[in-house]
Every structure is written in structure tokens, then in C-alpha cells.
Design a protein around this ligand. Structure first.
Ligand code: KIV
Ligand code: ZN
Length: 502
């Protein structure tokens, strides 16, 4: 069976989703999970974009083994050099360089002729090949490029040494039939001289359909993101493309190297880290994707699963929540469970997560896998030298004016403030704003419980905006006000970190 390579760009195009910025440790955590998931190539970032991006790609290249690590670069010598410096230590490395080819881009944005664009693309692919063996080239806005010219560019860059040619539907404009024909025309021209990749955006909701049409026409690589996050309406969703191929193998006659049982965990990890929720009715990873509400359906399912179920929930890693640990569980049991869940923590991270686990076990009788995953992702999301919560006490009720006293560590010193508000969260946020003197605006506040019961770990996600920049913060605790405070502080730390790297 034909194997379709999965090129994951969650850490690059996915990070271009508003508010999806991640710190380096969070990116490493995602990259390690992508390896467990079985992706073939991880596009770890755009090293020329910022020092933070460069550092993230470099650390992933050094620390994450098992997939090819790609760095993105414009068709410019300085970009390609920087991408090379970032990926050079990876055991399998790729430089992905791109240049626009549509007349719209060439005329209005770059002000160069088709000939100049082609020449530059060829020169830059040659330059990239002088540094690494694995070079991918993307003619940006390919789907609005005149086909004969697109084919000229593609054949020229293959001759110059590109082993993968990626055809991006940059603005999500293509239709499946049209895109399928375009890929077929390229395939007829280039044969097996290079792998054809596709990179579809979801502006018209067709990113997955377009990618599937391309596979039927000979594409051998799909670029996608977890949960379909990405610029504007997002990219082709990894879980959807993979499960289409897995479920309809009979039709597509193609498979991937993905371990589908890791899909749910990967999706949840990304949500926890970025704070970008998944819509409940989203295919494969939405909360309702396997929930059967109608009586007729439930009746059918009880008689025979096949009646209404085309994918087994366990095939994507969805399992009944299991009771795993409690108050009396020791370090070994905690470490062993983390290992089973696929987390590999340093001794310091393990110790810190264990202290949190014990604290949680004092408040909550039963600790579930989801609770542990939340604790661990908090551990990875720590931002050095940022603000941290030391103490919090609130008074509120029906006839009491809500008031909150907050103590926080700010640059090593403990600062305390008290504030009144419309409710306990409002009062707490006002106290935190007084301590941090933040000028940010709260855009969104969401609360959910991680597991069932009134002792459940509550999770709060907030979005903050400052000077046009949006960040999301995440906090979890059995006390929902403390979770809200942690989420706000996490977002403020992200804003502070962005200022440092801007
Ligand atoms: O959408 C796009 O065209 C891209 C390229 C850089 C591949 O993201
Ligand atoms: Zn893109």
C-alpha cells in the first residue's frame, strides 16, 4: 500500500493562529508527542522570524529524535543560512524554502517578473542543497498560478535539487476537482523525480477535501496541523486526513505511518498548551464526535456497533476515563503512570509535578489521567522569572461585596494587593492587574471541568490583548478562582515573554 507522508506544521503554520504562540518548552513537548504520534516530518518553525523561533527549532533539532526536522526559509540566502543553523544538528533535517509564483503576488507584493521569481527559486534551492540533502520547495499561492508557469517552476527546482515540491493552496481558494487536476498535471510531468506535497488552507472549509483529491492524483505528502489550527481558518486537519485514509483504505488505497491511538492525546495536549478549544462537533477530536444522542441510534449501537459507528473510539485513543492514582500513591506509581502516558520528565520536573500531584490528591480523592496530563502540561508551561501566584483569598456571597486579596511573586519579591469587584473572579483579576500594572485587555474567559464531580479539577482559559497582540493563558485547580488567577497570570507571563523576544 502507498504510504502518504505526514508533514506536521502545527509548530509553524499552526503557531500563526492568533493567540497560539507557545514557549520553547511547550514546543518541545508538542514535538515529542508528534514523534509518538508517528509524523514523518515536523516543521519546527521559521528560524528567521525571531530569535525565539530560531531557538525553538534548534532545540527541537537537538532534543527530538525520530522524525525529520524542517525549518522554513524564504528564498533568500540569509533565511536559508539561518534555517540551516537551526536544523543542522538534527539526525534527519530538511530546509523548506518558498517563493510566490502567482501573478497577483509577483505583481503586487514582490514586484518581480515570472522569470526573476523562477531564477531566484532555482538559485536558492541550489544554495539550500549545498547545505543539506533534503530540500523542499513551495511555489506560494500555487493554486492561483498559471499552470504552465507553475509546472516550469516545479521542474526547474527539481532539477536544482529539490526532492519534495509542495503545492500550497495558500488562500484556500481551490476546489477538490480543480486541485486534483492540477496535481495530476504536475505528476504527469515530473513522474517520480520528486515527492509532490500539498498544503491546503481551510478558508472555504475544503482543506481536507482538497488534500484527499490531491492524494488520489498522486500526491505523496500532506502538510497539516493538529486540530486544523493555522493562519486564518486554519490548515488541513491532521486527524481528519489520517482518519479518512485509515477508514476508507478501500477507496484511497493509501496509508500513513500515524499511530492513530495517539490522536486524542495529541489534540488535547495542543488545546491545553495553546488554549485554543476544539469545537464540540469537530470530526474525530470534538467532544461529541463519538456521542450518540438519538434513541434510534443508541438502540442500533446496543445491538451492533457497526450500525452507526464507522470509527472505533479506541482507534483514536479515546478510552473510558480510568481511575489511576490517589492520595496514597507514591513517587514510583506517579512516575510509572507518567511513563505509560508517554511523558519523559527530568528529575526536577518530576519532583515539581509530584509535589503538585500530592497537593491535588489532598483536595481530590480520585486522580484521573486527564488530571495528571493537566499537571504535567502546567509543569512544561512554566515561564522562568515570570509572575507567580503565592496566595489568594476571596470573600463573596449574596450579601457580601466580593473582595480578593492576592499575593504574587514579582521578580523574586512578594507583592500583595486587595481589590473589590463584581464577583470573586473580577475582584481577583483587579488585584492581579494592580500588582502587575498590566495594560492588557481581557478578551475571553472560559471555564470547564476536566473530570466529573464537584471536586473536579477546573480549567480556565483566558485571552488577553495588548498592543494588537493576543495571548491565551491556561490554569487548572480544584478551586475555580485559583484556576482563574493562574490562567490570568499565565497569559501575563506570555505577554511579558513576547515583549522580551519582540
Ligand atoms: O500557505 C502557504 O503558502 C505556506 C507556505 C509557506 C508553504 O504556508
Ligand atoms: Zn500555509
Amino acid at each position: 500500500m502507498r504510504i502518504i507522508r505526514i508533514f506536521d506544521t502545527t509548530l509553524r503554520d499552526g503557531e500563526q493562529s492568533p493567540g497560539a504562540s507557545m514557549n520553547v518548552d511547550e514546543k518541545i513537548q508538542i514535538a515529542k508527542q508528534l514523534v509518538r504520534l508517528g509524523v514523518d516530518i515536523i516543521e519546527a518553525g521559521f528560524p528567521m522570524a525571531s530569535d525565539g523561533d530560531f531557538e525553538a527549532v534548534k532545540r527541537i533539532a537537538n532534543e527530538v529524535k525520530g522524525a525529520t526536522i524542517a525549518g522554513l526559509a524564504r528564498a533568500k540566502e540569509a533565511d536559508i543560512k539561518r534555517a540551516y543553523e537551526a536544523v543542522k544538528d538534527a539526525s534527519k533535517k530538511r530546509i523548506h524554502t518558498f517563493h510566490s509564483t502567482s501573478d497577483i503576488h509577483l505583481k503586487y507584493q514582490f514586484r518581480v517578473t515570472r522569470e526573476e521569481a523562477l531564477k531566484r527559486s532555482v538559485e536558492m534551492v541550489k544554495y539550500a542543497r549545498s547545505l543539506v540533502n533534503d530540500v523542499e520547495f513551495s511555489p506560494m499561492d500555487a493554486t492561483r498560478t498559471e499552470l504552465p508557469y507553475l509546472i516550469d517552476v516545479v521542474t526547474a527546482v527539481i532539477e536544482a535539487g529539490a526532492s519534495t515540491v509542495n503545492i500550497p493552496d495558500t488562500v484556500g481558494y481551490a476546489t477538490p476537482t480543480e486541485f486534483g487536476s492540477m496535481i495530476r498535471a504536475i505528476k504527469e510531468k515530473i513522474g517520480d523525480t520528486a515527492v509532490i506535497s500539498v498544503h491546503c488552507h481551510n478558508d472555504l472549509g475544503l482543506a481536507v477535501a482538497n488534500s484527499l483529491a490531491a492524494i488520489l492524483s498522486g500526491a505523496g505528502q500532506v502538510e497539516c496541523t493538529i486540530n486544523g489550527i493555522g493562519e486564518r481558518a486554519g490548515n488541513c486537519s491532521m486527524e481528519e486526513i489520517v482518519m479518512n485514509l485509515a477508514t476508507r483504505k478501500d477507496f484511497y488505497q493509501a496509508a500513513t505511518n500515524i499511530n492513530t491511538k495517539e490522536i486524542i492525546r495529541t489534540s488535547r495536549l495542543l488545546t491545553r498548551i495553546t488554549g485554543i478549544p476544539v469545537q464540540p462537533n469537530k470530526a474525530i477530536v470534538g467532544a461529541n464526535a463519538f456521542a450518540h444522542e438519538s434513541g434510534i441510534h443508541q438502540d442500533g449501537l446496543l445491538k451492533e456497533k457497526m450500525t452507526y459507528e464507522i470509527i472505533k473510539p479506541e482507534d483514536v485513543g479515546l478510552k473510558q476515563t480510568e481511575l489511576v492514582l490517589g492520595k496514597h500513591s507514591g513517587r514510583h506509581a506517579f512516575k510509572a503512570r507518567l511513563k505509560e502516558l508517554g511523558y519523559d520528565l527530568s528529575p526536577e520536573e518530576l519532583e515539581s509535578a509530584f509535589v503538585k500531584f500530592k497537593h491535588l490528591a489532598d483536595q481530590k480523592k480520585n486522580i484521573f489521567d486527564e488530571d495528571i496530563e493537566t499537571l504535567v502540561s502546567e509543569e512544561f508551561s512554566k515561564i522562568p522569572e515570570g509572575y507567580s501566584l503565592v496566595n489568594l483569598s476571596v470573600s463573596s456571597g449574596m450579601k457580601v461585596e466580593p473582595r480578593s486579596g492576592v499575593a504574587m511573586k514579582v521578580k523574586g519579591k512578594t507583592v500583595r494587593k486587595t481589590a473589590k469587584g463584581d464577583g470573586p473572579v473580577d475582584a481577583t483579576y483587579k488585584a492581579i492587574a494592580l500588582i502587575t500594572k498590566t495594560k492588557s485587555k481581557l478578551l475571553k474567559f472560559e471555564v470547564k471541568s476536566i473530570t466529573g464531580g464537584t471536586d473536579a479539577l477546573g480549567e480556565v482559559i483566558v485571552s488577553l490583548e495588548e498592543k494588537g497582540r493576543t495571548v491565551r493563558g491556561h490554569g487548572a485547580d480544584t478551586d475555580i478562582i485559583v484556576a482563574a488567577a493562574k490562567a490570568y497570570i499565565n497569559a501575563l507571563n506570555k505577554l511579558a515573554m513576547r515583549k522580551k523576544t519582540a
